[in-house]
Design a protein around this ligand. Structure first.
Ligand SMILES: [Zn+2]
Ligand SMILES: [Zn+2]
Length: 77
């Protein structure tokens, strides 16, 4: 089952949400990539789409993984 945005995130008075930037992770916000917002909550899943929330910013490790992934793509082509 795929998680999709149900539009609830536009009207969530129980949680604090923000459009945010990378600094929001430091404030404890988590990011839902499906709804494209930062949310302040204890759960690991988005109350709107039930998708997993990301609690850490892209760091060197994920950047390296992305590069490896791109290199792999180039090898295939
Ligand atoms: Zn949503
Ligand atoms: Zn969501």
């Amino acid at each position: 089952m795929r998680s999709t945005c149900k539009g609830k995130c536009n009207d969530m008075s129980e949680y604090e949400t923000r459009a945010g930037n990378r600094g929001s992770f430091r404030l404890g916000y988590k990011r839902c990539k499906e709804c494209e917002y930062f949310i302040l909550c204890d759960g690991v899943r988005c109350p709107c789409c039930n998708g997993l929330l990301k609690s850490k910013p892209s760091n060197n490790t994920s950047r390296r993984k992305l590069r490896e992934y791109n290199e792999k793509l180039r090898q295939v082509v």
